[in-house]
Design a protein around this ligand. Sequence first.
Ligand code: PMP
Ligand code: GLN
Length: 417
Amino acid sequence: MQRPFLTDRLAPFGTSIFSEMTRLAVEHDAVNLAQGFPDFDGPPALIEAVSTAMLEGHNQYARSMGHPLLVQALARQQAARYGLAYDPMTEVVVTSGATEAIAAAMLGLLRQGDEVILIEPFYDSYPACVALCGARPRYLTLRFPDFRLCPDELAALITPATRAIMLNTPHNPTGRVFSREELAGVAKLAREHDLWVISDEVYEHLTYDGLAHLPIASLPGMRERTLTISSAGKTFSVTGWKVGWCFGPAAMVAAVQAAHQFLTFATSTPMQVGLARFLDQLDASFFSELTAAYTARRDALLGMLRGVGFELAPSQGTYFLTGSFHALSSLDDRAFAATLVRDIGVAAIPPSVFYAARPQEARHLLRFAFCKQPATLARAAERLRALHASGPAQGRGPGSEPLAGPAGLPDLPGLLG
Ligand code: PMP
Ligand code: GLN
């Protein structure tokens, strides 16, 4: 009998929900509020800077740890924004997206049998990377509706085998921006038990309502044990470029680099050169406009979802809203997401796939992305109106009458881009 091709370490993970839902969205011609990618382009000046770099001939392998122009620009930004000083040549690695940085961090740091604490709901690559390392995940569960991180529950998961905590703030999919108190609780335990923190901060620039992003590396005693990961994809609306990076103390970054050099060796050179030049001419107005535009999109989607019966709070960060549909259906999240994409024509993510220990916590939840143009959100609103009175099964089916929308749905076409 032939041995299975797929290694045991990856066999449990199947196909990523992002690929699955985007495929279903295309198949059913649905509005895709599932996979988190903007349906608009990044800043023209950035695209021009990358094109220019290519035309200038920046087309061969970059320095493995990152093009000097980019690591310098990133280090300047981290110092100016958060007061975190890193040596650009030894304390930064540029990777192919944050996804590679996460993989390289775990592959570089973890040994067989080490335990890593993951916060569920998690970004789906975390448990897969832990498994690739032969390490073991332990899960801290966040619960709807407030998704608070409880340091006492975290403390209860720590054993002599625990080596690292994987953190993500602003948090996908809950939209939480963890408070200073929550982060201080994590930091205290990390210091007391000599744990590393791998902090995924790809949504660092997407925080709302005056909340500021706080890198855990900036808390006392944390810089020396923290890897801080981010990426250009979310901030600059270029998720397809896959340029990410990782900051940390030199010895920790050397471990990441040890893996990175054999995973991809280096990241796209013209992207790095173009991004570096763009970062150097960026001013604060870029970030305030980004926040304003995303706040408007968040509020539009929030109003629309509440209007049709979802229970949810405004997200504090990221470009996701996660809420409960318990008033609309008794289906579980996967079944409801399937009905929604097929019968209503809107794709969302069933977040139980982001839980391992307690998937039932997400049984009545769905995640929607609002990194979409006003016209896209308006189209979703129109379709979601069908949910309100009829229930999902009578959405776009032949002969179904369009239902009058409930009061309170926002006037989406008037929304700012
Ligand atoms: N971490 C989180 C929490 C994310 O949501 C994403 C994005 N999709 C990533 C990492 C991956 O980022 P990148 O596309 O830069 O690999
Ligand atoms: N980060 C995005 C999301 O959460 C998409 C990631 C992906 O497609 N792998 O939707």
